[in-house]
Design a protein around this ligand. Sequence first.
Ligand code: TYD
Ligand code: MG
Length: 452
Amino acid sequence: MSKSAPAFTCTACGATARKWAGRCEACGAWNSIIEEAPLSAGPKALGAKGRSVPLTDLATEEAAPPRASSGIDELDRVLGGGLVPASAILVGGDPGIGKSTLLLQAAASFARRGVSCLYFSGEEASAQVRMRAQRLGLADAPVRLGAETNLRDILTTLDAERPALAIIDSIQTMWLDTVEAAPGSVSQVRAAAHELVTFAKRRGVAVILVGHVTKEGQIAGPRVVEHMVDTVLYFEGERGHQFRILRAVKNRFGPADEIGVFEMTGNGLSQVTNPSALFLSERGGASPGSAVFAGIEGTRPVLTEIQALVAPSPLGTPRRTVVGLDSGRLSTILAVLEARCGIPFAGLDVFLNVAGGMRVTEPAADLAVAAALLSAREDVAIPPETVLFGEISLSGALRPVGQTENRLKEAAKLGFSQAIAPSRSKLVRVEGMTVREMPDLTAFTGEMFGAG
Ligand code: TYD
Ligand code: MG
């Protein structure tokens, strides 16, 4: 390719192409390819000579940046211990899930603790936001509000005000007059996010960007925004449920995978300090198809109930419906049960669900999933005081998982007295818990259900 030839880049996966196309050949994304200035080779090709960048050693005397606490513990935890000054944070989530509510509450809480805060709404008029603040009992908080979508005006305001924190709700409504594209388009969102993130770093203003998520679970338009910011948080939950989970999927300043749990009430979001109790609150007595998984979310143990229903299928291809778990994982576990334990699920519809609208991603949930499936299939309840954890390998063996002590302690705290875990787990004695160790799935099914 000659140096002056235009290069096209996919904003979804970063692949380059010689000519524009409606669909990226590498990742299959539609309308994601944009023209970019060609890359040059070395300072000479750039025309003017640059200045040398000052270099430093790795050793440093600098203290870690002081973090500002929001006063909302569940939010601070997900941020990795509070807000880092001059950091850029993206909060993604489905429309209507409660992002604006959460951020208005956070803004008020920060402002009341002396962290100066500006809130720019591009979706609602100031009066609407003020009404919501009133309903949430936040009207007296010293948050300053702007209803604006023109990013040039917002940046000018921020430069004059220099708050500690700016909230932009949402990035999809912002537009730059230097970019010829509609607000919400890939190039606008990308350019707007770039301006805001650069501003944050230069001027020492922390920014929180709100982003709507598409049905496929991506921040609408550009994945690239995720790469630009320091921290990506997802606000998730099932519409019909009142529970909401704020999950860190990327964090340069703290552990990823940390979660904060909230409940949507008539007065906004309230924190849930004991999520296990909440997720298990709807559980009745012992019933077939229910298994309690002792999981870890970030640094904290969380117990969840896995529910399964298995019924004869009228369909040629039986249904496999999963809510809150990976459907690929279900297929794997069903295949292992069939091939290694001789328990077929052919001709049976399988429904699998995590109670309370929680999403479980840990492989350690495998054993609880298998237990729920077997319990539903055999119509035999698992003893109600039992929790399970362990990863299932393709050979049918159970693999030990980490943080067993945390899992067992949380289970004991909630009144459970028995745990089923893989053999060779690094177990620590926990008061009030008996642990039964199983080498593989066949031993487990034989013991629990007399099958296999
Ligand atoms: P919102 O924060 O506007 O969602 P987003 O910004 O993610 O689009 O939340 C909207 C929903 O939250 C709406 O369906 C009503 C509900 N809600 C409550 O249940 N209680 C409340 O106190 C508030 C403010 C909203
Ligand atoms: Mg909103």
